[in-house]
Write a protein that binds this ligand. Sequence first.
Ligand SMILES: [Zn+2]
Ligand SMILES: [Zn+2]
Length: 1008
Amino acid sequence: MLPWLEHRWTGLGLLVMTLGALILFFFGFFPLKYHTGKLAHMDDLPNFIDDISIDGHQVYNSGENSVILMVIDGLRYDFASEQYMPFVGQLLKNKSACIHVSVAEPPTVTMPRIKAMMTGSVSTFADVALNFGAPAVKGDSVLRVARSRGLRTVMYGDDTWLRLFPGLWVEYDGTTSFYVTDYTEVDNNVTRHLDKILAPDETKKPNFDFLVLHYLGLDHIGHLEGARSPKIAPKLIEMDNVVKKIYTAMQKWDRTGVLFICGDHGMRDAGGHGGATPAEVLVPLVVIKSKNFVCPHPVGPGPTVAQVDVAPTIAWLLNAPLPGESTGRILPSLLPDDIRQHLYLLHVVASHNAKLPGLPTDREFYKQFKRAVEHFALYLVTNSRGPATTAKEFYEESLEEMTKYLTETTVSFDMFAIAIGLFLLYALTTALLCVTLYSLQPENQRKLSNTHTHRRSSLGSIIAFVIMLAIVTFILTVSCFITETKSQVCSFDSLWSLVFMSIAIAFTMSYFIIKSGVEKTQELSSLKYLNIIDYLLIGGTLFHAWSFFGTSFIEEEHMTWYFLWNTLMFFLLIRTIVVVVMYLNKRLVGATEVQEKSELHERMCIVGVGILPKWILLIGLHRYLRTMNQTGDRWLFLPDTADWLNNPENSFYLQAHLVIGILLTMAICLYNLRHLNNIMQMQSALTVVATALILIYRISTKALYTPIEEMKTWDTVIIVNIIWGLLAAQFIFEVLSYTGVLKIINFDPSVKYNNKFVYNKPKAKTEDYHYDPIIEEPWNLEEVKLNLARSLSHLLLNHLMLIIILLMRPHNVIMVPSVYITCMLTSKLMDHKLLDNKPGKRTEVVDTLSQTLVHLWIGFLFFFYQGNSNSLASVDLGSGYVGLREYSPVSVALRMGLHAYAGPTLAGATLFCSVATQAQTWQQYLQSVWRVTNIYALHRAYCVTIYCIIAAIFRHHLYVWTVFSPKLLYDFVATVFSIQALLTIAEIIIFTSFASWLAKTVTFKTKL
Ligand SMILES: [Zn+2]
Ligand SMILES: [Zn+2]
C-alpha cells in the first residue's frame, strides 16, 4: 500500500479519522443521560404508611399558592446581600425571607442548570456540549406536572426555557440569551410585562399559578466586564426594585404568593462561568412568602441545599406531584409546622427517591428509611411526639444519603466504545508516525528504496485489503460477543453497522500504512543533524502530553508552556555563547585557512550583532506578555496588566496599546504584500483602508477616544461588513491579476513592473536526456505556481491578522503583531546553519522539523498569553458577536473559535508562509508542505491519544467533570481547527494547480 504512504494528504486523512475515533471515545465517555421517562401522577401519593391509612391528597395539600421563580442569571452568593440588594437584605434581616446557599452542580452553564431546577435531577456533562442546541426535555418536569394539573404557567426572559419546555406555557415572551453585549434591553423585555401579570383580577386572583422570570443582564455584564465591574451594582439595584415590586403586588392577592430568587450559576471574578470554583457553584436561593412566614433559620448565611431541591419544592407548592425523576427534597424552611403534614411530606419525598431506578435496597440509608416509616406509623397510631421526632430524624438522615448516592452514581460509561476508541486512536497515531518518519527521509533515499522493491499489482492490493478487512471485522465481532457488552457499537442496527464498518476500515488502513511504513523507512540519516535545541523541542512536546496526569497540570497548563519556553530561550542563549566562544578560541589559536577565517568572522558578526538583540527582544516580549492575563485556576485572582489597563484611570495606556497593536499589524501586512503580485499600490491601499476601518470600529465601540462625537454612534455592523468586503476585494483582485484579465481592460501595471505571474517564453530544449520533470517543462509554470502559492498564503495570513485584531479585546490586540514577531525572530535564532559548528550539512529536513515544532509551541504560548485556559469559564463569548446584528449559531461559533485559537492559527499561518517563502522550487514547496502537514497531524493525534488515555484512567476521579472533561472539549475543538488549517493549505495547492492547468489549456494551446 505504498501509494497511501506516499500520498501528500494521507496525514490529513488520518487526522480526520482521528477526529472520528475521538467522537467514538466521546460517545462512550459522555453518555447522554438515560431517562426513565416516568411521568408523575397525583395517584402516586401514598395512602398507607405501613398499613395505616392516611388521606394522601388531603395531607399533601399546601394551600392556595401562586409561585414566582425569579432567576437572575449569574447571581452569585455574595450578590444577595444588603450591600447590593437593600430591600432583600431588609427582608432577610426581619426574617420575612429565608436565604439558602444553593449548590449548582458543574458544569455551571445556563441550560443544564435550568434543567436541574425544573426536573430535579442532575444532568450529565454531555448537556454542555449540547448547550447551544438546547434539545427539549423529554422526561418529567415541574412544568409538565403543573400543566397536567391545569395550572397557568407563564415565562418571561431567556428563551432557553421555551426550547427546553416547548408547549408547556400558557403565555410567554422569550429573549435570546446569546446577544451578550446587551445589558439593558434583555431585562426591560422581562420587566415591562410585570405590571400586567402581577395585577390580580376582580376577585384578587393573580393571572398565573407559576411565573418564571429570567433576567440575563447581570450575566452579560459578568461575561464582558467581570464581577467587579462598576455596572454590577446598578444592575443589582434594578433587580432589587423588581423584587420590591413583586413583594408589594403579592400583598394584594387573595392567596399566598411565594417568590424564589436565585441564580442559575455564579460567576468568576474575571467574568464567565462553567467551572467548579465556589464563586461559580454557590448561588443564593432566597424564599419570600407574602403571608404567615417567619424564617426558621437564624439570620446569617443560611443552610446549604442542592439546586435540584427547587423542583420538588415548587411542585409541592403548586399542589402537583413531584416530577418523576427528581432526586431533590422539599426546602426544610418551607415545610409546615403541622407534624402530620411535615412527616407525610418527608415520607413522600423519601419513598419517591427510594423507588428511583438504580437505588439499591441493601444500603444503610434504605434501612433507615424503613425505620422512619415504622416510627411515622407509630406516631399516626399513638399521636405522641416521641416517635414523630425520631421519624423526622430518620427520614432526614436517609434522604441526605439517598440524594448523595443518586447524584454520584448517575453516570455509566460505555467501556466498549471507550476501549475501541482508544485502540483506534493508538493505531492512527502509529500510522501517522510511520507516515511522518517516511516523509522525513531525504528525497533521493526515498526514491532509491522504492525502485528496489517491485510494486504489487492493484488487484493484489485490493485482495489483500479485503482479506485484512475481513479479519479485523471478525476480531471486532468476536470481541463484541466475548465481552458481552451492552454497548451500542455492538448493537448492529443500521446506523451502528455503518459505524462498525468504518471502525474496521480505519483499523485496516492503519495496519497497511504501518506495515509499508516500517518496510520503507530505512534511512533516517537526515535526523542525525538534530542539535540539542531540536532534542529539547521534541522532548518537550512528548513530555507535555504526559504531564496531564496531575489535575494541576491541566488547570495550570500555561505554567508548563512558560517553563518550556524559558528553557528553550536558555538553550538558545547557551548555544549562541558556545558559537561565540568557539570563534574567539579559533581566533586566539590562529585559524590557519584564510577561507575559514573569513567565514568564521562572518558568522561571528551574525551571531554577535544579529542574534543577541533578537534574543533579548524575545525574552522581553515573553516577560511582558505573560503578565498581560492571569490564567489557570489558582492565581487567577491576582491583578494583571489587563486589569491595570482596563482601569478607567489608565485608559490612555489602553488606547496606546490598542493603536500600537493595530498599526504594527498594518505594518506587517504591508510588509507581507511584497510576496504578492506586483500590483502593490492597489493591495496596499486596500490594506490601509481596512485598518482605518478597524480603528473606526474601535472608536464606535468606545474603545478609542475621538473628539468627533458623531463617530461614536456609527453602526458597527456596517463597518465590519465593509471590512469583509475589502478583504474579499483583495483576494479577488489578486486572483484577477494572476489570470491576466486586467490586461484585457488595459490595466496592466506589469508593463511598468515585473509581473511575477507572466509566463515566460519557452526555453530551448536542453540536450540533457536525464529524466527530470522540471527541465522537461519548457514554460516557467512551476515558478508561477510557487509565486501564486506564496501570494495566497501571505494574503491568508494578512486577512487572519486583520480579522483577529477586530475580534480581540482592546488590551489583547498587541498579541497579534507579537505572534508574528515571535515567529520571525525564533525562526532566525534557530537556524541550523548558524548554530551548528560544521558548515555544509543538508539541514532542510531538521529545519522543517524544528520550525514546525517551534511554531506549535508559539501557538500554545499565545493561547495562554491571551488569557485562555482549560476551563470553560475562560471562553470569551463577547468576541462571537462582533459585527453581527442577529444571533446565528455558525457565525458566532466561528468567531469565538477563531478568537480563542488566535495564537495557534496565526502561528500556523506564519509557518506555512515561511514554508512558501523558503522553498526554491514548486517541488521543494510540496515536499515541505507534506512534511509539515504530517508533523502537524502527528502532533495533534499524539496529544489527543495520550489525553484520552489519561481521561479514561481518571474517569472516576473527583474532578472528572470539572477539570478533565472540559480539556477534552478543548482538544476536540483544537483537532477540528487543525483539520481546517490543513484543509486550507490543501485548498491553496489545489487552487494553484487548477489555475496552472487552466493557464496551460487556455493560454498555451494558442501560443505553441
Ligand atoms: Zn446562566
Ligand atoms: Zn453566562
